[in-house]
Design a protein around this ligand. Sequence first.
Ligand code: RP5
Length: 171
Amino acid sequence: MQNTLETNERPVVGIVMGSNSDWDVMQHAARMLKDFGVPFEARVVSAHRMPDEMFEYAEGARSRGLRVIIAGAGGAAHLPGMIAAKCTLPVCGVPVPSKYLRGVDSLHSIVQMPKGVPVATFAIGEAGAANAALYAVQILSVTDETLARRLADFRIAQNAKARAMTLPLET
Ligand code: RP5
């Protein structure tokens, strides 16, 4: 695994995470963006092990063309909040499951931002990562008709899938 992963086009969404151990979860954000055809980059930017790089990343994000940042971290999980503190782009926080507290620590840390610096906080784990990416697509779709259509199609497909669900006959 390399430190940075990037699609061919100029990225509009930045996925950052505190460790490569977060990738198992955060890859679900990357996969969703890929499915919607949204150019993104993914990078390890540890808040406590790479504080200078983290500030540099957050400060330069808007001028590099990023429009939304998805930040995943586990445990003390200060990465989303610190990125949000250093830039005014929307930040989506993904609580990554931790070894001992299973991500409840990550969730509480990310969701409890003090008034004035928001982080949109998602569910713990895979669902949170995928939904953070969907939310990023929804933000971009406000000014992008193609993405708005893809989102509508995605909802139709989900509806069809749920309607086709069957239950076993035995009780
Ligand atoms: C956090 O500590 C990371 O976001 C990760 O979830 C957790 C454990 O990191 P590693 O010890 O696996 O590098 O900073």
